[in-house]
Design a protein around this ligand. Structure first.
Ligand SMILES: [Zn+2]
Length: 157
């Protein structure tokens, strides 16, 4: 059996005035708009959870947390990530490192890099140096939504 597996996930949420913007479990201050979503709309944690599941061909978070289920209204996405991590660990794998990319035009996220990396590292039981965070803008091509893309390397214990 392979000792390593790679996973990839992506997610996007439309931005709406009057909603909080949460990325990697961190509430983004001074965000003019936040994510329209059934859960808390954390595109980064959703992409990360999908990346974990995809690495072991376990499907996607929509199968485990259907957005038609009222039980998941306003759900803390850290719980979605925790569930995905449990499924990965149950098969004998743990994340080795992750690469996160967030595309958002406003506000600029650079000052939150350490906070987001630190929180994702905490949630995955990784060191901060094992969580790479890149921020991109769309040059106003896609300023109506926030997008996240994630790759993860899974290592067999
Ligand atoms: Zn999502």
């Amino acid at each position: 059996m392979l000792s390593y597996r790679i996973g990839y996930g992506e997610d996007a949420h439309r931005l709406e005035i009057g909603r909080p913007l949460i990325l990697g479990g961190i509430n983004v201050p001074q965000a003019p708009r936040g994510a329209a979503a059934h859960s808390d709309g954390d595109a980064l944690l959703h992409a990360l959870a999908d990346a974990l599941l995809s690495g072991l061909a376990l499907g996607d978070i929509g199968q485990y947390f259907p957005d038609t289920d009222p039980a998941f209204q306003g759900l803390d996405s850290a719980l979605i990530l925790q569930r995905a991590l449990e499924l990965v660990r149950a098969r004998g794998y743990v994340p080795a490192n992750v690469a996160l990319v967030v595309t958002l035009d406003r506000p600029k996220l650079g000052e939150l890099r350490g906070e987001i990396a630190g929180n994702v590292a905490r949630l995955l039981h990784l060191a901060p140096g094992e969580v790479g965070v890149s921020f991109k803008t769309s040059e106003d091509l896609a300023s109506d939504h926030v997008q996240a893309r994630v790759t993860v390397l899974l290592q067999r214990l």
